[in-house]
Structures are given as structure tokens and as C-alpha cells.
Design a protein around this ligand. Structure first.
Ligand SMILES: Cc1ncc(C[n+]2csc(CCOP(=O)(O)OP(=O)(O)O)c2C)c(N)n1
Ligand SMILES: [Mg+2]
Length: 561
């Protein structure tokens, strides 16, 4: 029987799952997350035991809660060292338990292969890789160093793993029929598309289905971009109270709300103000379907959408008149020559091109960018639920690597556009060095607003704990060893709208061949209206604090609802 070293088996199997790159190091968990989101499959990273895995755990937790496929391989101490509780560096104290870090990460994964013997090791690896895809969340593989070279049977590698969830045809059909019955009986249905559609690789089915149903479409903050926002049936981003004018009023007119891939965190539901009356809701979730409070279990989202596509009679779907929304109100700071939150995101959207991947790091960017309409085939990435600042920069590194891979596979390649705040960037700025080193070419748009503006609007507007150590960003590219004259060409700073217009017009910014850094100077006390409105959902005391600090709170949504 042909055999192969266990370590080799592991990497071959991972490669077979569509993973062409392995990340390592401190920010590897973030890079893996970005890579997975953009390839649509999984990402993988490797760390040393203890220090390495613990450093990466915050990134893994983000993938866990946002349901991103991440494979964490830990190079563990030998079985003998473990058994004898040896004081190997990175361990904790005397007589150390080498499993302490493995135990710490249990809450942040859906499966683990804690390999202690070459017997059955390949089956364990296969099992957890499958779980990663089926449950769309992180898995953990713990491989003692003395097992890496042990030979195991290679036969299993001849058959690639089946990574699809098991779908019981009858149950899927029953769930789909219940959805269709409710749809045919409705008069004014709508469909709400959220981010888990993307995580469970059901985007293509989702797009086909909205075309076929031709009923009004809404998305969440996190689901933005899955459906083309220029689609004739697209109404808007519905996020409860912090929604554009008329969006909530139009949505609640629906007598049936088909909600697909819901992720109802506070930040993705306008602080829990998104309306979802149970008697009107058809929920197509990752593994189940619920039709007006009756649950149909074991219906994987992708299989259910496929079934709906195959069995819908479009002539029975009610024809719904598209709601007419009022115009976006004119902002009172529209004449400012300086760069404002009310202007910059719409301007940025004009800069976007199909197939771009755009990041909104946690901060004002994540609340500002959703206001802008993207071109078709734009991927929007934000860690809106977990919201760990510092995520976006290494995740953008992972996306750039994924785009290179997609391009090698003959797929269209857009640009990675990272929008990050000055506060967030500080946490993981060293990944810009990795981008330079690897010859990647993201466009980094860095909001210099002198600190934690999102925190200022929440509390302590002028407190020093919301200030940061100011960086001189002109040194960033040379510091990471980009040639001085090249670095001068690729660093840009805008203090005015006219200045940013000029930068966005430059050929080497629009079609970058190397990392571009665009520093955008904005006022420390300027916030997007979606953010102040979200905070206003906390009640009158929060509004009072914002107004006393000098922030503008748009009254519109409060008056409407
Ligand atoms: C790891 C981590 N620490 C702290 C926070 C709390 N927090 C949320 S946003 C933010 C500040 C972000 O500032 P910046 O990136 O400059 O964005 P801005 O709002 O100024 O545009 C902080 C500290 C967090 N989300 N994650
Ligand atoms: Mg800031």
C-alpha cells in the first residue's frame, strides 16, 4: 500500500480543498479570513503552539462569529514532551499542561483534530476539513512534531473530499414548498438578503432567484453587494432605524418578508430596530427554513435556494409595484471644500469598478460606506458583528493573495480597496510591509481624523483616551522598504475634496501596480449619519450626549418611525 508522511498528507488534503496559500505569523488568522471570503472557500494558517496560537485567537474568534471558513494548524510539542509536562518554552509555569492553549480555543471552532497517533489521523483530518466547509466556521488541527514524518496510507487522497452538506431531498422539498405556498398566497412580498448567503456559497443561487421572483429586494449592512445594487428590483439597505429615507416605510408594507441568510447582530440590525414580525417572516437560514413560525429542519440554504429555483412557478408570484423612495436629503455641509463624511463615501463609490473588493474597517468607514451604491460584482467586506479593529489591514492582505489566485484561475480580478481608520491601522500596520514585500497592490485609503472618532460619538468626545499618537504616514512606505522615489509616487495626501479628486484621477492610483496609500484628512468630530442614528437608537440620553458634544444627529428616521 502506498504511504505518505502525515504532514504531507495534511497539506495535500488542504490543497485539494481549493487552498493554494498558507498564511503564518501574528496576523495570519485575519489574512486567512480575508482569503476565505474572497475565494468563497476556506483559508488556512499555521502557528506554533502557545504564543502563536494565542496571538491568532482573536482573529479566529472573528471568523467564528462571522461564519468564515478558517483552518488553524498548530505545530505542537512532541507527545513525549506533552506526557512528561516538560517546561518547553511557550508553556505556562511549572509542570505545564501542553493542552492549555488548545483548551482555550475550544469556544472558537466547530471541530478539532487533536492528533495523538498516526492511527486514524488521516480520517480525523478529513473529518474536520469537511466540518469547516459544512458549518462554515473555524476548525483546529493539532499536530505533534514527532508525528509529522510518520507514514500513513495515501489512498484516501485519490478521492477528493465531499465538502457539501448532506441534504435530505424530501426535507428540502418540503421546506421549499412551504416557502412557495406562502409566497403564492401573499400580495406584497419582499426579499431580504443577508451575509450568510455568501458564507454558505449560495450567492449564485440567490442572484438567480431574485431575478426570477422579481419582487422588491432589500439587504443588510453585511449583505451589501451580494445582489447588484443597480438591480431594477433593488430598493435599498434596510437596517431598522438607521436606514435611508423611505426604506423602512416601504419594507414594512410587505405582507411577506423572505429573509435569507440572516445575521441579526446589533450592528447589522440598526441596534435591533430592524422589524421582523414573526407572522410575516419566511426565514431561510443556514440549516433550516422557518415559514411563519413553523420550522423545517435540515434544509441547507444552498440546496433550498436551488430547489426554489427549480420549482417556482413565476406566474403565481404576485406582481409587486416597486416602492418609490424620496430623494436623499441634501446635507447642510455639502458646500464644504474640506472632505466630509457626507461626501466622501459617495465619491469613493464612483471610484469603484466591477470586481473590486472594498473593505470598511470598524470605525466611521463601516457606517459611512454602506451609504454608497456599488457597481455590480463588488465584494464588500466588513467585520460588522465581531468588529475587532486592526482586522481589515491583514484581511486585505489575504484578499490580495486570493485575487492573485483567482486571476491565475482565469477569473476577473478587481482591486483591493482597504478603507481603514488611523486608530485601527495602528494595530496591524506591519502588514503593509508584507504587502510591499509580496509585490501586492492594494489601494489603502486611510482616514486621518486624529483618533477614535466612532468612540468619540459614543462617549467622551474630547477625552484624551480617544486621541492617538499621530503618525507621519509619508514615512510608511519607505519604512517598509519601498524604494524612496517609488514611495513618494505611491503616497498621497488629501486635505480637500479637490485634492482627493486629483488623486483619484491619477492613472497609477486607478490601476495600481504597487501599494498605494491615500491619506484622507477629515474632522475628528465628523461622523456618518448612519452611525449617529444607530447610537440614537439607545435613547434620548445618548442623543443628548451626542448633541452636547457637537455632533449632528439626523432627526429624519426618528420622525418617520
Ligand atoms: C481590538 C479592539 N479594541 C477596541 C475596540 C473598540 N473600538 C471600536 S472602533 C474604535 C476606534 C476606531 O478608530 P479609527 O480606526 O480611527 O476609526 P474612526 O472611527 O476614527 O474612523 C475602537 C477603539 C475594538 N472594536 N476592537
Ligand atoms: Mg480615526
Amino acid at each position: 500500500m502506498a504511504t505518505i508522511p502525515l504532514g504531507r498528507y495534511l497539506w495535500e488534503r488542504i490543497h485539494q480543498c481549493g487552498i493554494d496559500h498558507i498564511f503564518g505569523g501574528l496576523n495570519a488568522a485575519y489574512a486567512t479570513d480575508g482569503y476565505a471570503r474572497t475565494t468563497g472557500g476556506a483559508g488556512c494558517f499555521v502557528t506554533t503552539h502557545g504564543v502563536g496560537e494565542l496571538s491568532a485567537l482573536n482573529g479566529v474568534a472573528g471568523s467564528m462569529t462571522e461564519q468564515v471558513k478558517s483552518i488553524h494548524v498548530v505545530g505542537q510539542t512532541s507527545r513525549k514532551m506533552q506526557k512528561n509536562c516538560m517546561m518547553i518554552h511557550h508553556s505556562i509555569g511549572f509542570n505545564p499542561d501542553h493542552n492549555i492553549f488548545n483548551n482555550a480555543s475550544k469556544a472558537f471552532r466547530v471541530a478539532a483534530a487533536e492528533i495523538q497517533s498516526e492511527e486514524g489521523a488521516t480520517e480525523e483530518i478529513d473529518r474536520v476539513l469537511r466540518e469547516c466547509f459544512v458549518k462554515s466556521r473555524p476548525v483546529y488541527i493539532f499536530l505533534p512534531i514527532d508525528l509529522v514524518d510518520k507514514h500513513v496510507p495515501a489512498k484516501a487522497l485519490e478521492t477528493p473530499l465531499d465538502l457539501k452538506p448532506v441534504a435530505d431531498e424530501k426535507k428540502v422539498e418540503e421546506a421549499a414548498n412551504a416557502v412557495l405556498d406562502a409566497l403564492y398566497a401573499s400580495k406584497n412580498p419582499s426579499i431580504f438578503v443577508d451575509c450568510l448567503v455568501q458564507r454558505y456559497q449560495a450567492d449564485a443561487e440567490m442572484r438567480e432567484l431574485v431575478d426570477k421572483l422579481a419582487i422588491p429586494i432589500y439587504t443588510s449592512n453585511m449583505g451589501k453587494g451580494i445582489i447588484d445594487e443597480n438591480h431594477p428590483q433593488y430598493v435599498g439597505l434596510y437596517n431598522g432605524m438607521p436606514s435611508g429615507p423611505g426604506v423602512e416605510a416601504a419594507y414594512i408594507e410587505s405582507d411577506l418578508m423572505i429573509v435569507v441568510g440572516n445575521l441579526p447582530s446589533d450592528t447589522n440590525s440598526g441596534g435591533f430596530t430592524r422589524q421582523a414580525p414573526a407572522e410575516k417572516i419566511v426565514a431561510i437560514d443556514a440549516e433550516n427554513v422557518t415559514v411563519k413560525e413553523k420550522t423545517y429542519p435540515e434544509g441547507p440554504i444552498k440546496a433550498v435556494l436551488r430547489k426554489l429555483l427549480d420549482s417556482v412557478s413565476t406566474d403565481k408570484v404576485p406582481q409587486v409595484e416597486m416602492p418609490k423612495l424620496p430623494e436623499r436629503p441634501l446635507e447642510d455641509d455639502r458646500d464644504s471644500k474640506l472632505i466630509t463624511q457626507s461626501w466622501v463615501w459617495h465619491r469613493l463609490a464612483e471610484f469603484l469598478k466591477p470586481h473590486d473588493v472594498i473593505f470598511g474597517e470598524t470605525g466611521t468607514a463601516a457606517f459611512g460606506i454602506p451609504d454608497a451604491t456599488f457597481p455590480p460584482h463588488t465584494q464588500w467586506i466588513t467585520q460588522t458583528y465581531y468588529g475587532s479593529i486592526g482586522y481589515a489591514t491583514p484581511a486585505a492582505f489575504g484578499v490580495e493573495v486570493a485575487l492573485t489566485r483567482n486571476e491565475a484561475q482565469g477569473k476577473p480580478r478587481g482591486r483591493t480597496i482597504l478603507v481603514t481608520g488611523d486608530g485601527s491601522l495602528m494595530l496591524t500596520v506591519q502588514e503593509v510591509g508584507n504587502m510591499v514585500k509580496q509585490g501586492l497592490k492594494p489601494i489603502i485609503i486611510l482616514i486621518n481624523n486624529a483618533g477614535y472618532t466612532i468612540e468619540r460619538v459614543i462617549h467622551g468626545a474630547r477625552q484624551s483616551y480617544n486621541d492617538i499618537v499621530p503618525f507621519d504616514y509619508s514615512h510608511m512606505l519607505p519604512f517598509f522598504n519601498m524604494d524612496e522615489s517609488e514611495a513618494r509616487m505611491n503616497f498621497h495626501r488629501a486635505e480637500t475634496k479637490a485634492g482627493l479628486e486629483e488623486i483619484f484621477g491619477l492613472e497609477h492610483v486607478r490601476k495600481p501596480k504597487t501599494v498605494q496609500v491615500v491619506e484622507v484628512v477629515m474632522d475628528a468630530m465628523d461622523v456618518p449619519w448612519r452611525l449617529s442614528t444607530q447610537i440614537a437608537t439607545r435613547g434620548p440620553a445618548a442623543v443628548k450626549e451626542m448633541e452636547e458634544a457637537g455632533f449632528k444627529v439626523r432627526q429624519l428616521q426618528k420622525q418617520e418611525s
